[in-house]
Ligand binder design. Sequence first.
Ligand code: NAD
Length: 489
Amino acid sequence: MNGLVPAGGTPLLIDGRLVAGGMGTFATINPATEEVLGEAANASAEDLDAAIGAARTAFDTTDWSRDHAFRAHCLRQLRDAMRENIEDLRAITIAEAGAPVMLTSGPQLEGPVGDLSFAADLAENYSWRTDLGDAKQMGIASHRVLRREAVGVVGAITPWNFPHQINLAKLGPALAAGNTVVLKPAPDTPWCAAALASLIVEHTDIPAGVLNIVTSDDHELGARLVADPRVDMITFTGSTRTGRSVMVGASATLKRTFLELGGKSAAIVLDDADIGAAVGYTAFSVAVHAGQGCALTTRMLVPRAAYDEAVSLAARTLGSIRAGDPTDPGTVCGPLISARQRERVERYVDIARAEGGRIVVGGGRPAGRECGYFVEPTLIADVPNTATVAQEEIFGPVLVVVPHDGDADAVRLANESPYGLSGAVWGTDAERIEQVVSGVRTGTLSVNGGLWYHADAPFGGYKQSGIGREMGVAGFEEYLETKLIATPA
Ligand code: NAD
């Protein structure tokens, strides 16, 4: 396809070498055209074993975890190499993830590449030691120093929806903190991860074994990585269902698990909000990248008195968005990642109908798009908050509207969910907004369209949306252990 993808397909990166997969190759598909883009190396259990062994040896026998300045240097090299090859990476991201080109100048590519600077700066400037001073216990005076150290070997398991953002939001801080890593990306987006392999080998001083990349079409490889006793920590992003099995799989070796999971976030529109802005923004945002974002506000809670107006405003916005070609700079809603994902969205539309819901716009496949896994931006109304489509994550461009009876009721409904990832509040009265903000149990909240996404802003979930925080200093500290040293004072 381009300079980052060799003719026979992308290789694995194991112990500093680009190698073929023990299970041959598997195809990666363009979700906008259903065409086979090409091949990616298919790792075997033996390949994974070698990758974990290499990461373990690199952690145990090199200075990687102690040389903070060298790690910062390596991360900046990786950032610069990605920037020099940004157009090739962009082409891969659009073709393989179906990401609209407009998003690649932000969170789909250029944003996370730039965020490697934040990780590199932390490697250099973080306070690795804190002097706790003297203290006396049982007559013994001691001087205490707290040290922060890398956890060890990190297994990183990632999904397909924002492949660079999620891969780099794990690799950046994990490496900056001094860990070694085995990355297992999603089977749907192997090239986005494997494209890093040749950049790492050819353009960085990252030592052999420090970062290993194993692509595979078999989810079982992820489970093996989770269970392996040589791995100290799993950092996982994906569905809540898989997150549960990651926790179970990690329990036998009691390894640290950092989980970024699903969501069904609520946008709360208060009765003093600018309803046009609130509804227009919320409806537009669920169509971005065909709704394949864990933190999108896919449940809109509106005042009962404004329900009909909100439904018609949302219908106008969603009805005006055409799912289309991701290479077109005007496209916000591209394809879903796979036929399986499209069937899932269509199944939820059927469930909504069966539970008495009204499909106000969309609900089908867009006319004139016989190829590609497209669905129309869809609005579902007239279902209670307890309906399946208001409770479960659909992961498509589908907005559900539910009426509320005042601020307290809106907070109750927002929290009536197993998830707690994100949310939004729209209103004008600062005190009422504050009440709602403190009542909603989620990891991020947007007020009147504010954007929380940034390198220094921790992101993650309450409840079944996850454990831990990605990004920011908090995201970096997930990858650190704490060691306390006491000497006689
Ligand atoms: P998924 O859970 O099916 O797969 C995620 C990754 O886990 C893949 O690499 C997969 O191969 C691997 N995997 C599958 N089974 C495994 C097992 N038993 N043990 C270990 N690894 C296993 O998720 P997906 O369909 O790729 O991605 C969509 C999901 O990701 C959505 O639920 C979405 O909300 C979530 N997501 C969450 C965030 C966040 O930050 N909270 C961000 C993006 C996506």
